[in-house]
Design a protein around this ligand. Structure first.
Ligand code: SF4
Length: 307
């Protein structure tokens, strides 16, 4: 079982080495736009869903083997703050690597003292807040029955007061659900109180788990960004230009890696966090373009840079 994946390219974070801290799919919410799939265990109970020791050993191995990334990110298959060892892990990562640590969280547990205390050990925290009024919160995030949106917002405000690292608040918009005039006004006032370093606007750009999750257009996001003020950035990317930049980035990373050492398909899948099918399609393209060649050594297939 592997809990560490990537590094994967991320627009906000550069190359991010991911750590899964809960199995698929343990979460306090069941957002209609979730890309991971439906929540199978909706809970607010914290425990060591994934044990700390194997995660730490995998990270040590990655660092020992010269792994490179821009950040180490707790995210993955559900809500990472549900893992009761996240604070301890954030401390232990500092003994393994100098890379900044990031937590991507739905923010629902930050009302609890012990969760805020745990996350004080991170360098960057990216919580979400998609709705402020209880009905809209229920419609878009389908929360655990005991969660109260007012308490969640209080938690986000308290954490801002305590945390000295970077704090970026993400809002994901679904058409006709959380983009109404009333909700936008309520979000604006909540954000003013939370006072994050940046506000990141997103919408549904990949296949969601529920057909009701429809995207806003870029023009609609731009109007909201203007209204929310200078700290607001649009992080949704729909167009082919972004896709081609991401592909060029990916190609550069693969070629840089192969320039240092030949690698098997399994190595490349592990390092770059892609499936075997996707990788082999991509390597076919690089072979056709004369950038890499195949070589069989000791009955194993390797890719290497064409001299
Ligand atoms: S909080 Fe994240 S993982 Fe949980 S349901 Fe929402 S999008 Fe999915």
């Amino acid at each position: 079982m592997s809990y560490v994946f990537g590094p994967v390219p991320s627009r906000r974070l550069g190359f991010s080495l991911g750590i899964d801290l809960v199995p698929k799919k343990v979460c306090s919410l069941d957002c209609i736009y979730c890309q991971v799939g439906s929540t199978t265990k909706k809970t607010i109970t914290r425990k060591e869903y994934i044990p700390l020791n194997p995660v730490v050993e995998e990270l040590k191995k990655w660092a020992y083997e010269g792994g490179e990334a821009d950040v180490v990110t707790m995210s993955g298959n559900g809500e990472p703050t549900l893992n009761s060892k996240i604070g301890e892990l954030l401390i232990q990562i500092k003994d393994i690597t100098d890379l900044p640590t990031v937590v991507i969280t739905n923010g629902t547990l930050l009302y609890r003292d012990e969760v805020r205390k745990d996350l004080l050990n991170a360098d960057i925290v990216l919580p979400s807040l998609d709705a402020v009024t209880p009905n809209v919160f229920r419609a878009i995030n389908r929360p655990h029955r005991s969660l109260d949106i007012n308490k969640i917002i209080e938690g986000l405000i308290k954490f801002r007061d305590q945390f000295r690292g970077k704090y970026f608040l993400e809002i994901l918009f679904c058409k006709g659900i959380n983009d109404t005039e009333r909700e936008l006004e309520a979000l604006y006032h909540a954000i003013e109180k939370i006072d994050p370093d940046e506000i990141h606007l997103n919408t549904v750009v990949r296949p969601p788990q529920n057909k009701r999750a429809l995207p806003l257009t870029m023009e609609e996001l731009e109007r909201i960004a203007k209204r929310f003020g200078k700290k607001t950035k649009i992080i949704a990317h729909f167009d082919k230009e972004h896709l081609s930049t991401a592909l060029q980035d990916f190609e550069k990373r693969v070629l840089d890696y192969l320039d240092r050492r030949p690698a098997t398909p399994e190595d490349l899948c592990l390092v770059f966090g892609v499936t075997n099918d996707k990788l082999m399609n991509f390597m076919d393209k690089l072979k056709d373009e004369g950038k890499v060649v195949e070589r069989v050594y000791d009955k194993k297939l390797y890719f290497q840079i064409r001299e």
